[in-house]
Design a protein around this ligand. Structure first.
Ligand code: FES
Length: 302
């Protein structure tokens, strides 16, 4: 398979207009194209409107998601290096999903978009759903096969991915990029309300109700300056730390089996039951303490 730049005249003969492209395709291919295009736009919109996606905490935080991939994926060592650049990667993924969806629906570099969609789905399969058993319960496998089938259909017998970089083709690619960024900005501007577990409550210093944090449990929250933090409750009371690693600022996570806060980037380990002192890793500085207390029904910032 090769990538080639093709002249404008040839591109036109292959139904470069959006309407013509839909007309010449078979009903089955139209359904696949519509489904993939819309789904990728919905995926981008879901991330753009999720207030936790680019934050440091929350189950949908890109930082937490990459941390999970780094420990569960067979290619975890790659994701480990991505955690430090989680925000940039999150923005890239969000815009790429919009761009692939728009390019697929609007017939701009369609073969390249289909190949990129296949690569993205394959990557998600290896990263996120590799351990799902049986494999067919993971939607990433189905999307990877759908994109691959669509890509091979567009590729036909040419075995080439044509990219038109002449004026009109470049303008259309530019319009897709602008459209993707505009949708991302629109989504960020109309975000859903943050989930209660990711931010302190409206009463400023309240973190979580005591009834919702049993002895032996932890709870992640966000400080007013945006830092991720974690509170522990033991039989003796509550205590909390910033989750920002004192080595190079990655976000640590609590590992119950290890009874330690562990940094996914370079392996620093901290003992939360002993003032977050360093147990291992490339730092000598404990995690910063966050003063918390129990006040009435609430765990609060002290
Ligand atoms: S950032 Fe290097 S060990 Fe945490």
């Amino acid at each position: 398979m090769t990538f080639t730049m093709r002249p404008m005249a040839k591109l036109r003969t292959q139904s470069s207009s959006v309407v013509a492209s839909w007309k010449v395709q078979s009903p089955g291919i139209r359904v696949i194209r519509l489904w993939l295009g819309l789904t990728w736009i919905c995926g981008g919109w879901d991330k753009a409107t999720d207030p936790n996606f680019l934050a440091k905490t929350g189950s949908t935080s890109i930082s937490k998601v990459l941390t999970g991939y780094s420990t569960s994926s067979p290619l975890g060592f790659i994701f480990k290096h991505m955690i430090e650049r989680a925000t940039v990667i999150g923005i890239f993924v969000m815009i790429a999903e919009f761009a692939l969806g728009l390019a697929t629906l609007l017939w701009v570099a369609p073969t390249l978009a289909a190949f990129a969609g296949f690569t993205m789905s394959l990557g998600l399969w290896i990263a996120a759903t590799w351990h799902v058993k049986p494999y067919f319960l993971a939607s990433d496998t189905a999307y990877a096969v759908l994109w691959l089938s669509y890509f091979l259909t567009l590729l036909g017998k040419r075995r080439k991915i044509d990219i038109n970089v002449e004026r009109r083709g470049a303008i259309r690619l530019g319009m897709i990029a602008v459209g993707a960024m505009a949708l991302a900005a629109l989504g960020r501007g109309s975000q859903k309300s943050p989930t209660a577990s990711s931010v302190p409550s409206a009463a400023a210093n309240q973190i979580i109700k005591v009834a919702d944090l049993n002895v032996g449990q932890t709870h992640e929250f966000t400080l007013s300056d945006g830092q991720a933090a974690i509170v522990f409750r033991t039989a003796n009371g509550v205590f909390a730390y910033s989750e920002t690693c004192t080595h190079q600022g990655c976000i640590v996570s609590y590992s119950a089996p290890d009874k330690a806060l562990i940094c996914p980037c370079h392996g620093a380990m901290y003992d939360p039951f002993s003032d977050a002192k360093v147990l291992a890793g490339p730092t000598n500085t404990p995690l910063a303490k966050v003063k918390v207390a129990i006040s009435g029904d609430w765990v609060v910032l002290a």
